[in-house]
Design a protein around this ligand. Structure first.
Ligand SMILES: [Zn+2]
Ligand SMILES: [Zn+2]
Length: 298
């Protein structure tokens, strides 16, 4: 969080209780952060999954879009840096906190690339919710790998199978050596594990192995979400820590299930043994997902 957004949030927290904040107040004091990382690649955070951007004198690429308001904010921040046409939008996966702002890029970015399952999930969820008119669906999809060149930079998309969903892409800016991991890493925060969209905890551990074998010690990783006091960027050790969380979750659940406990009894846990750094709301989502995987075998 930069100084400006920190100050806005402190002012908000001290001056008005949550419920009495009028809408104009939060829009006037929008708290977002635009942060350069390296090699023309940076991140934007406001609400929802982290956005990454690549901006040079000739090219503009954006990864993920949060929601319409944050999407408008990142677009105006990028236009302050370079005012020329956008080249490409990419989605890491279909979840609404990463794709609801796609619509704001419609007509601005000529192309939207995502994994084929990500597109199918986005379409299915929008049809279920009856809000297809608020979506901009991927215009191009891939199954295992996709690559393009933008100036001196190569952008490679990798897919290693089901994990957080069944359509999680890793986006590698190879020259900057920055990878957007989407929600494949919740940095020290209980993850969402979307069984309704084909998630697999055991394969997620494998997918992170593939990432560790594909990228290197100098790779800078961008994460969809992080816990209190942890950053949305990190290194290979943070991927290993996420793997450790997932395997600790499966070990814990296997032991509890073998001891004859019900899902409700297991859900009394406040942390996963072996991974105490994982905190926040939502341990129940991990327990539910592991139960589906281990007991219902889905
Ligand atoms: Zn997310
Ligand atoms: Zn997600």
């Amino acid at each position: 969080m930069n100084r400006r957004s920190f100050l806005y949030q402190s002012a908000l927290a001290s001056s008005l209780p949550m419920l009495s904040r009028p809408a104009w107040f939060s829009s006037l004091f929008a708290a977002y952060e635009m942060r350069a990382l390296r090699g023309n690649v940076g991140v934007f955070t406001e609400s929802g999954g982290t956005i990454a951007w690549y901006v040079t004198g000739k090219h503009i690429v954006v990864v993920d879009t949060q929601f319409p308001d944050p999407a408008a904010h990142v677009i105006s921040e990028i236009k302050k840096m370079q005012d020329h046409p956008f080249d490409l939008l990419i989605n890491t996966h279909h979840h609404g906190d990463h794709t609801s702002g796609n619509i704001t890029f419609k007509g601005l970015a000529p192309k939207l690339v995502a994994h084929e399952n990500s597109k199918a999930n986005q379409q299915r969820v929008a049809e279920d919710r009856g809000n297809m008119d608020q979506q901009w669906l991927p215009t191009e999809t891939f199954s295992t790998a996709w690559e393009t060149q933008m100036g001196d930079e190569f952008i490679q998309l990798h897919y290693f199978g089901p994990a957080h969903t069944d359509g999680d892409a890793m986006i590698h800016f190879t020259e900057a050596n920055v990878v957007h991991m989407g929600d494949l890493v919740f940095n020290r925060r209980f993850p969402y594990i979307d069984k309704s969209a084909g998630a697999s905890i055991s394969n997620w551990i494998q997918v992170l192995d593939n990432a560790l074998n594909t990228f290197d010690r100098n790779t800078l990783f961008v994460f969809g979400h992080s816990g209190e006091g942890y950053d949305i960027t990190g290194d290979a050790e943070d991927l290993q820590a996420m793997q450790n969380y997932l395997s600790s979750l499966l070990n814990f659940m296997e032991k509890e299930i073998a001891a004859g406990k019900s899902k409700e009894e297991i859900a009394n846990a406040t942390q996963i043994p072996g991974a105490p750094e994982w905190k926040g709301d939502g341990i129940g989502r991990s327990i539910d997902a592991a139960w589906i995987e281990l007991v219902e075998k889905k």
